[in-house]
Design a protein around this ligand. Structure first.
Ligand code: ADP
Ligand code: ZN
Length: 603
């Protein structure tokens, strides 16, 4: 979509012009008004005029002599020379010493012209303009100098606008929004029945899933203007500014109706008001203004407000109650099919070879958001350029998934031979434990090429399809797989390293969630001991139980991980020869595919 114009020229623009005019005035006009021309002459002329007794007044200022002729009609200037009896000769010629008035205007008048007049013009013009602008914008309380003006951009629909087709996957969200598009096209159909559209629609989901895109697509499909503003832009340093911005935004929107108003990150203003003393006054005023504006307009005036957030639980209930943002559209991370579709949409912009299998890439990129998938495509294109090719190959895409997951290959990281061997055993440990348990995702690839993220190697497991439920056994097996790396180090080297820190973190998280959230321990049964704070942003949790229970939970978590760790060690001890063989293979090749792995394992 093309940004065609900014709503109104900000006041500051007019003030700029006024200042420029003043500057020019002072530079060119006032010198003309105030100063008589000074004629520069040489010393000869000066002496000659003294001889002719044609000097009126004379004044010596350092190395300059300023003088007038007899009738004071012209001011002359010359350079003083070493002339000892000059004073005597001047006296004899009847000249008056001192008092050459360079200014023919009185000091009072000159001050009026240089200072007061510009000031009057400045203030007068400024007030005229701001008044005029206020009238245009209709915002009577807006602050002067344009500081309180809303910076909402007006997008006017154009043929390049984003359409629903550009947003891949997200079919449920699109379906939900299609109704709004239909309403904007044909409001009569709805008003005839007496139905009114929701005033506000809340797009809820993790970052990078295409919420902004969807909002733009609604405007694009309906062919109406699109106003967009981020919640954080409302919250300003000065109290009252945010509220006035909200007012301006709605004023503009109502003039342009039907239209879409999009407020990104609405949680920045719409957070729950907790009633704490010393809370954020500015934010609350802004929120109140938003609520007032939303109540103020009729349901069917054609202004539809879309807002996006990734922390819906933190929103003030007043925002989500009926009549305001009463419709909620989830925009979730794409599933396998969605990922494939998003990859294909973005791949249209680059040249790919025919053999690229987007299904495999989509499977590898489990859990990636739309923005990350777009990034994967771009990384692959960059990689192709770097290696001097004009088409993007499957290998480019696979490598780029790994880059997004694990960072770039660190070409010059030198591992000692011993370290390399430890890393090889560690990774094969993970893979072998995974492969020898039932219900584990198959191994796709193992590498021990160090990455910029700090990973010295990794084992990529890829699910065949999407997984929505995990059984207790599957989670336990997952924990065992995570401990497999460390277990291999123990079995082979009788020594442990720092390489397992990430595994430990993940295993602990899973074990804790089993007990506190999934109700998978006998002791606590189906009691939630933890609540998730923001499911779309990392999903951090807070405990909601007594300290004694916390202690018991901690003990249970340790027990659980310990049991799985022991199980993993047992698996590796029982299959020691396979472990050695695979680790040796990985050590030599540095990368091994899932097929190669299974071949050696099943030999
Ligand atoms: P959000 O507002 O949810 O944080 P955006 O709408 O800004 O995410 O998306 C960021 C970028 O990610 C988009 O510009 C687009 O390139 C890509 N993207 C995200 N989701 C999708 C999707 N469903 N289809 C196509 N591209 C997508
Ligand atoms: Zn590991």
């Amino acid at each position: 979509m093309k940004e065609v114009k900014s709503p109104k020229k900000p006041l500051i623009y007019y003030y700029g012009i006024v200042l420029l005019v003043l500057l020019l005035f002072n530079l060119f006009v006032s010198p003309l008004l105030m100063q008589q021309e000074v004629t520069e002459v040489n010393y000869n002329t000066f002496m000659q005029m003294i001889e002719e007794k044609n000097i009126g007044q004379v004044q010596i200022e350092g190395s300059q002599i300023i003088f007038t002729d007899k009738d004071n009609s012209t001011i002359y200037e010359t350079v003083a020379l070493n002339d000892p009896d000059l004073t005597q000769r001047l006296y004899e010629s009847g000249a008056q010493f001192g008092g050459v008035e360079e200014q023919t205007l009185s000091p009072l008048l000159s001050m009026l012209i240089t200072v007061v007049l510009p000031l009057v013009i400045f203030i007068g013009l400024g007030q005229y303009m701001s008044k005029k602008l206020m009238e245009q914008m209709g915002g009577k309380n807006s602050m002067a100098f344009g500081m309180g003006k809303s910076k909402a951009k007006i997008y006017v629909p154009s043929s390049e606008g984003i359409r629903f087709d550009d947003v891949a996957g997200e079919d449920e969200a699109k379906e939900s929004l299609a109704e709004i598009v239909d309403y904007l096209h044909n409001p009569k159909k709805y008003t005839d029945v007496g139905a009114s559209m929701p005033k506000g629609v809340l797009l809820v989901g993790p970052p990078g899933t295409g919420k902004t895109m969807l909002a733009k697509a609604v405007a694009g499909e309906a062919g109406v203007p699109f106003f967009s503003m981020s919640g954080s832009e409302f919250v300003e340093m000065f109290v009252g500014m945010g509220a006035s911005k909200v007012r301006d935004l709605f004023q503009q929107a109502k003039e342009k109706a039907p239209c879409i108003v999009f407020i990104d990150e609405i949680d920045a203003i719409g957070k729950k008001r907790d009633g704490n003393l010393g809370g954020n006054d500015e934010r609350e005023q802004t929120l109140n203004q938003l609520l007032t504006e939303m109540d103020g307009f009729e349901g069917n005036n054609g202004v539809i407000i879309l807002a996006a957030t990734n922390r819906p639980e933190s929103l003030d209930p007043a925002l989500t109650r009926p009549g305001r943002f009463d419709r909620r559209v989830p925009v979730e991370l794409p599933d396998l099919q969605g990922r494939e579709a998003i990859l294909k949409v973005h791949a249209k912009k680059i040249r790919t070879s025919d053999d690229v299998d987007f299904h495999t890439i989509a499977r590898m990129a489990a859990g990636a958001s739309g923005a990350e998938l777009a990034n994967i495509i771009n990384e692959a294109a960059l990689r192709a350029v770097r290696s001097g090719r004009s088409v993007v190959t499957e290998a480019d895409l696979e490598e780029s998934v790994e880059v997004i997951i694990a960072g770039y290959q660190k070409k010059n990281a030198v591992l000692s031979d011993k370290e390399k061997r430890v890393v090889a055993y560690h990774e094969i440990g993970h893979a072998l434990v995974a492969a020898l348990q039932s219900h584990s995702a198959p191994v796709q690839k193992i590498t021990i090429i160090p990455r910029t993220s700090g990973a010295l190697g990794y084992t990529m497991q890829v699910e065949q399809g999407d997984k929505y439920l995990m059984t207790k056994e599957e989670i336990e097996n997952r924990i065992a797989t995570l401990t497999g790396g460390r277990a291999a180090e123990e079995v082979v080297f009788q020594e442990i390293t720092t390489g397992a820190s990430n595994d430990i973190e993940q295993a602990t998280k899973l074990a804790r969630a089993m007990i506190t959230r999934y109700g998978m321990s006998e002791e606590f049964d189906m009691v939630a001991m933890e609540t998730v704070n923001n499911q779309y942003l990392g999903g951090d949790t807070s405990l909601s139980c007594s300290t004694e229970t916390q202690k018991a939970i901690d003990r249970k978590v340790v027990e659980l991980v310990k049991a799985q760790h022991a199980k993993a060690r047992k698996i590796l001890e029982d299959n020691r020869s396979k472990l050695d063989e695979l680790a040796q293979f990985l050590y030599e090749k540095e990368t091994i595919t899932g097929d190669e792995f299974m071949e050696i394992l099943n030999k």
